[in-house]
Design a protein around this ligand. Structure first.
Ligand SMILES: *[C@@H]1O[C@H](CO)[C@@H](O)[C@H](O)[C@H]1NC(C)=O
Ligand SMILES: *[C@@H]1O[C@H](CO)[C@@H](O)[C@H](O)[C@H]1NC(C)=O
Length: 182
């Protein structure tokens, strides 16, 4: 019975997310991480395809420190018919000895997902990777490149693509976010 439930769960995420064979690739989180410097506004420059954001443009995130030390994430974007939509989430650092390995969730009933900061300079860009292994035989993954502005130098984009690729992540899944006419 649990097997049927698992297969159903896997099939439903498979339709929404990028799927890969085997377990998660081993990526190297950034060695140090300063949550304070990470707060504020970020614009989505590239992302792996994700159903929950489909059809939106101008994706923007605001990270705000809460009293409990967690971060309130406000993801917003514009739908095809120009409507502003938002999703509020919770981001936190479960283990201070692994400061760049964060956890995030958007629905109160949903489990926390991985949010690994692979590389950020806080003032221009952040490269985020999220992977969930399914019994080590399969995995689903997301990646995002966010910037402090709606545009990013191509040289920087190329460097971040190369960095993720060095961990055997297929950067062919990246899609450019439309940040025009916002
Ligand atoms: C989330 O961000 C959007 C866009 O900036 C803003 O319109 C909305 O008021 C924000 N929501 C909250 C709860 O702050
Ligand atoms: C990052 O931002 C700083 C300050 O905003 C700027 O001086 C620098 O040139 C930027 N670096 C890159 C690689 O974009």
């Amino acid at each position: 019975m649990w097997y049927i439930v698992l297969v159903a769960a896997v099939v439903s995420v498979a339709k929404a997310q990028v799927f890969g064979a085997l377990g998660c690739p081993t990526v190297k989180p950034q060695a140090s991480f300063d949550l304070q410097k990470y707060l504020g506004d970020w614009y989505e420059i590239y992302k792996f395809k994700a159903n929950f954001e489909n059809g939106q443009k101008c994706a923007h995130a605001n990270y705000l420190l809460k009293d409990d030390g967690h971060i309130r994430v406000n993801n917003s974007g514009k739908t095809a018919d120009g409507k502003m939509v938002q999703a509020l989430g919770d981001l936190y650092m479960p283990d201070s000895t692994k400061p760049s390995s964060l956890k995030v969730k958007f629905a109160s009933a949903a489990p926390y997902g991985n949010y690994v900061v692979i590389d950020t300079d806080y003032t221009n860009y952040t490269l985020i990777y999220s992977c969930t292994s399914i019994l080590g035989i399969s995995h689903f993954e997301f990646a995002w490149i966010l910037g402090r502005q709606r545009t990013m130098d191509q040289a920087l984009v190329d460097r971040l693509f190369a960095e993720l690729k060095s961990y055997n992540v297929n950067v062919g899944h990246f899609m450019k976010e439309d940040q025009t006419g916002c």
